[in-house]
Write a protein that binds this ligand. Structure first.
Ligand code: KIV
Ligand code: ZN
Length: 529
């Protein structure tokens, strides 16, 4: 999307799969990224920043797959201002119906002096070369002067002007380290709008980090000064304290239409399902009191509020839960529900499953319905996520296990795992408790040893016969991986989640053996990238 025809239309640029995904504990595999990208397209975002193709072969593959399959939004790939990055990003997005290359280069004096070791002139030269090279591949080019919010205004003005002359069509002003405050950030945007030649020909964009809890406020302040693209992520995930939360900025624009006189193309009824999906995929739950999508966002506890709500909802409610897609009733299906009803519910919850996945999901659903009277949305989401996680070419799968525990007795576990070629391997171990023993037994079979940094078990719904969800986060050679799994048996859920992260390590090892290096140029990758 170039400059929009409607002057009040705000372009929503989603970077959940790039800036969001690179934050610790938020990494996603290819299947999960595809699922998120489809959900973002259904949500109505204008641009999906699908990844940073030079960062790894996996990143390249996922940007390329999203560019090939996902229709609707522009698909964007990130690149530093150097030929190898730009060529790789352009290659990754080349099959998109509408593609964008996003080039960035740091401009603040701190970054110039300590990271890039480049003078002002060198930075300008590199920025211009980068934008021109990217323009050789694609018409839609975004340029970001990284750490713009801490860049001297005169220099920022110059860089931005040169980037426009070189062919940038979107100009993004990142507050990379979350240093800006609303009036300051608004003043920067106002200054650029007033002084930069050619600024009215391009879309002015904002990209804020939440280190001071001001990312949404800064983005809104910039919109008031004429910025028309907001870069944001679902649930505000992202480096350190995160990025601007998409759901918050979108609902602020909608709820305060009277004030901003702006609009977005977001189908707000998808906000809650997409937020849930991301939490399921990454295992990163949103805090209960999170604006828009938190569990308490529409709960009224105080008697005086409840009384007011009963008399007239608008006394205490500025948005309706239905507007953001919070389901009115949770109880959906039971033992006698058929395949069609299940498929419909899964689709309503925002999942795109293949026929095979749906068939397996239906079998799991029937097994669960035998054990549990009432099946809630949360159960269905958990089963759907299980389908998305499984069948992604896992190296090891669980055949069976036993574990013994009890007061005074030594805990032990035995497991049988199947390799992709059908071979079954078994081993056993003792440990400090049944989970420790089980994980050790899995390590013995796979020969992969990882450090568990976080392990949690919770019940998916509140009833006694609820599904148990286990989440495991591990560190292997400095790389964090997180996975989750559900089962009616929490020990089985733990084994499945652990096996999922071990499988990720195994496939990384296979990939690394096949492609030992990817020729990443030596320029330092900044903290946010
Ligand atoms: O925070 C930042 O500066 C970034 C840029 C790549 C836009 O993420
Ligand atoms: Zn960022």
């Amino acid at each position: 999307m170039g400059a929009t025809t409607d002057p009040g239309r705000v372009i929503i640029f989603d970077t959940t799969l790039r800036d969001g995904e690179q934050s610790p504990g938020c990494s996603m595999n290819l299947g999960e990224k595809m699922e998120m990208a489809r959900a973002l397209a259904d949500l109505g975002v204008d641009v999906i920043e699908a990844g940073f193709p030079i960062a790894s072969p996996g990143d390249f593959e996922s940007v390329r797959a999203i560019a090939r399959e996902v229709r609707g939004p522009i698909i964007c790939g990130l690149a530093r201002c150097n030929p190898a990055d730009i060529d790789r990003a352009a290659e990754a997005i080349k099959d998109a119906a509408r593609g964008r290359v996003h080039v960035f280069l740091a401009t603040s004096s701190i970054h110039r002096e300590f990271k890039l070791k480049m003078s002002r002139d060198e930075v300008i030269k590199r920025a211009v070369e980068g934008v021109k090279r990217a323009r050789g591949y694609c018409e839609d080019i975004e340029f970001s002067p990284e750490d713009a919010a801490r860049t001297e205004l005169d220099f920022l003005t110059e860089v931005v002007e040169k980037a426009i002359e070189a062919g940038a069509t979107t100009l993004n002003i990142p507050d990379t380290v979350g240093y800006a405050v609303p009036t300051h950030y608004a003043a920067v945007i106002r200054h650029l709008k007033k002084t930069v030649r050619g600024i009215d020909k391009v879309v002015l964009s904002v990209h804020c980090h939440d280190d001071l809890g001001l990312a949404v406020a800064n983005s809104l302040a910039a919109l008031q000064e004429g910025a028309r693209q907001v870069e944001c992520t679902i649930n505000g995930i992202g480096e350190r304290a995160g990025n601007t939360a998409l759901e918050e900025v979108v609902m602020a624009i909608r709820t305060r239409q009277d004030f901003y006189a702006l609009s977005t193309g977001i189908n707000t009824r998808h906000l809650y399902p997409v937020s849930r999906k991301l939490s399921h995929i990454t295992g990163m739950a949103v805090q209960r009191n999170k604006a828009i999508v938190g569990q308490n966002a529409f709960a009224h506890e105080a008697g005086i509020h409840q009384d007011g709500m009963l008399k007239e909802r608008s006394t205490y409610e500025i948005m309706k839960p239905e507007e953001v897609g919070i389901p009115r009733t949770e109880l959906v299906l039971g033992k006698h529900s058929g395949r069609h009803a299940l498929k419909q519910r899964v689709t309503d919850l925002g999942y795109h499953l293949t026929d095979d996945q749906l068939n397996r999901l239906f079998d799991e659903f029937k097994k669960l319905a035998d054990k549990k009277k009432e099946i809630y949305d949360a159960d269905i989401e958990a089963l759907a996520e299980n389908q998305l996680q499984s069948g992604t070419g896992s190296t090891w799968s669980l055949v069976g296990f036993t574990s013994t525990a009890g007061t005074g007795s030594q805990t032990s576990a035995a497991v049988a795992l199947r390799l992709a070629d059908g071979t079954v391997k078994r081993d056993a171990a003792i440990g400090n408790g049944p989970i420790d023993a089980l994980f050790k037994a899995i390590d013995r079979v796979t020969g992969i040893s990882v450090k568990v940094v976080d392990y949690r078990v919770r019940s998916v719904t509140q009833d006694m016969d609820a599904l148990g969800e286990a989440q495991v986060e591990i560190d292997h050679g400095g790389k964090l991986s997180r996975a989750r799994a559900v089962s009616v048996d929490v020990i089985e859920a733990s084994a499945l989640a652990y096996l999922e992260v071990v499988n990720r390590v195994a496939s990384r090892q296979i990939r690394d053996r096949l492609k030992p290096t990817d020729n990443v140029p030596p320029e330092v990758v900044p903290a946010n990238v």
